[in-house]
Write a protein that binds this ligand. Structure first.
Ligand code: GAR
Length: 196
């Protein structure tokens, strides 16, 4: 059975979906939910589901990214994770951290990568006049929002969409795609999933 640590920064709706899926014949189990923000709403949800939680507040490491990442590693490694799943974890990670968890770390990003790495993905898709948007699950490499794609889900952009309405439509697909992709990754299968 693979052991999964999930890293969050906010409400953790993707984290909840991953945890809900990790039962029965699933090849993995959640062992830790860690946030970089003590007020992340997902922490209470994880605790309510009986999962160990931890906080490493990046604001305690002003300008010291290496110190922050060392503290993250110290908080995570006692749980001996086989897989790290980033689920709305909004900190940029250096090659040191990424290298420590090489080939064990996956992420969900709210765009059809390689389009729109970084922030404000839905606003950028709307500004560009795109007729579709979506989300991507990928392996994490040292490059931001890069790495082999494990799955993508597409949604239509509709007339009158705002970043909020588009984000809500994409999030519904995130909640389907990420559990499927984690399940497949944990079973050693890296073939990409395409939805929509
Ligand atoms: C999700 O939409 C996720 O794709 C995005 O943050 C949101 C977290 O929501 N991640 C990124 O933008 C990463 N760069 P959640 O906390 O409800 O899962």
């Amino acid at each position: 059975m693979k052991r999964v640590a999930i890293l969050i920064s906010g409400g953790g709706s993707n984290m909840v979906r991953l945890v809900e899926d990790m039962i029965g014949d699933h090849p993995a189990r959640p062992v830790l939910v860690l946030a970089n923000n003590p007020s992340a709403g997902g922490l209470a949800k994880a605790a309510a589901m009986g999962i160990a939680t931890a906080v490493v507040d990046h604001r305690d490491f002003k300008g010291d990214r290496e110190g922050f990442e060392k503290a993250l590693i110290s908080a995570i490694d006692p749980f001996e994770p086989d897989i790290l799943a980033l689920a709305g974890f909004m900190r940029i990670l250096t090659p040191v951290f990424v290298g420590h968890y090489a080939e064990r770390m996956i992420n969900i990003h709210p765009s059809l990568l390689p389009k729109y790495r970084g922030l404000h993905t839905h606003a950028r898709a709307l500004e560009a006049g795109d007729d579709e948007a979506g989300c991507t699950v990928h392996e994490v490499t040292a490059e931001l929002d890069d790495g082999p794609i494990l799955g993508q889900a597409r949604v239509p952009v509709k007339a009158g969409d705002t970043p909020d309405t588009l984000s809500a439509r994409v999030l519904v697909q995130e909640h389907k795609l990420y559990p499927m992709a984690l399940r497949r990754f944990a079973s050693g299968d890296k073939s990409p999933i395409l939805l929509g």
